[in-house]
Design a protein around this ligand. Sequence first.
Ligand code: ADP
Ligand code: MG
Length: 382
Amino acid sequence: MTNRTQPKLATTKEAGLIEMQQVVKTFSNAAGEFTALRGIDLTLNRGEFVAIIGKSGSGKSTLLNMLTGIDHPTTGKVIVEGVDVYAMSESKRSLWRGRNLGIVFQFFQLLPMLNLLENVMLPMDYVGMYDVDERPKRAMELLRMVGLEEHAQKLPRAVSTGQQQSAAIARALSTDAPIIVADEPTGNLDSRSANHIIDLFAELSERGKTIVMVTHDASMTKRTSRTVVISDGELVNETIAQSLPLLSQPLMKALSNKVEKLSFHPGETIIHSKEPVENFFMIAKGNVDVVLHKRRKDEVVIAQLSVNDFFGEMELLRGGKSVANVRAAEDTPVELLALSRDDFNWLLKESPLTEKAIGHIVQKRLGEQKQADRRKRRRLFG
Ligand code: ADP
Ligand code: MG
C-alpha cells in the first residue's frame, strides 16, 4: 500500500462507527413475501476486522446491502459515523458511499468495457479524489499490490475469475475509504492469494480502517478481530458463538433466546462455595476468579476465566455443590449469560460434539483442582 495516502480518519465518537437498529428486510415478489433480515441490532467499532459468517441464504449479502445503503431496509435504521444512511436522498447517499465505503461485491461488478486499470480508477473519478494525473499511478500501485500489474490493460473477461476478484478488491481500496465492506472477497482465490488479501485487510484494520467481511469459510475467522454469526436472518449472540463454537448455527440461535443476562460488580461473588449450582454461565464481559477457600489470607486462585470462557458445567454434570468460590475479578464489572440446568441438559442432548468438548474441559479442571488442593495441603501441613 502506498504511504503517500494515509487513510482519512474521522474523529473518534463514543457510539459505534456503524449501528444497525432493528433492521428488518422483507422482499416481496410474485411468489409472496420473504423476510431475509428479522430485526438486526449490530454495533461495529472503528478499526475492527469483522467476519460475518452464516450459511448460504442466511442473509449475509442482504445485511451488507443495508450497511452500504445499496438496498433499503423495510424498517429500522442504519447509522454510520452519526449519519442516518436512509435519511439521505438517493444521490447524496451515492456520493456519501463513494467517499466513505470501499465495496467488494460478491459478483465483483467490474465494468466489462473498461480495462482493470480503468476499473480501479473509476471510484477516484466518481468522487473526484486525487489529481487527475495521479490516479493512474495510484491505480497501478493498487493492482501491483494484488498481483495484477501485468494485467492492468486487460478487460475483465480476459483474466481469470480470481483475478477479477483481486481487481475488485483493488478498486475497493482506491479511494482510501475508512470502511471496507467485502462480500466473500476470497471466494474465488487460491489459498495463497486469499491469505495475501486477509493479510492486507488485517494490516488496513491495524491502521484504523474498519473491515466488514462476509465469508462462509469459518477458518477465516481466526484472523479477524470479531465474528458475527447470522442464521436465518437473525444474529446469533456473539458470546454463545465464541464460547460454544461446535454448536450448529440453528442451535446457537435457539440458545440465544434461552439465556439470561446477569451483571456483577467488580469483586462481587457469583457462586458461593458449598452452594448448589443451578446454571451454566458464559462470560460476556470482564474476568472471573475461581477461588478455593473463602478466607482471604489462605485463598488459592485456581483459575482466572475471561470473555468466552464458561463455568458451572462441573457442578451441573457431576451433581455436586460448588467446591470453589467464584467471583468477579477486582478490575472490571462482569456480564454473564446464564443457562438453566434444564436448558443445559437439552443443549448437550442436541449437540453430542459440545457434550464431548465440555466433558474434556471438566476432566482438565478436575485435574487442576486436585493439584491446587495438593499444593494447599503441602503448604498447610508439609
Ligand atoms: P447470503 O448472502 O447469506 O447467501 P442473501 O442475503 O443473498 O443470503 O439472501 C438471503 C435470503 O433472501 C435468501 O433466501 C434469498 O433468496 C433472499 N433474497 C435475497 N435477495 C432477494 C430479492 N431481491 N428478492 C427476493 N428474495 C431475495
Ligand atoms: Mg451472499
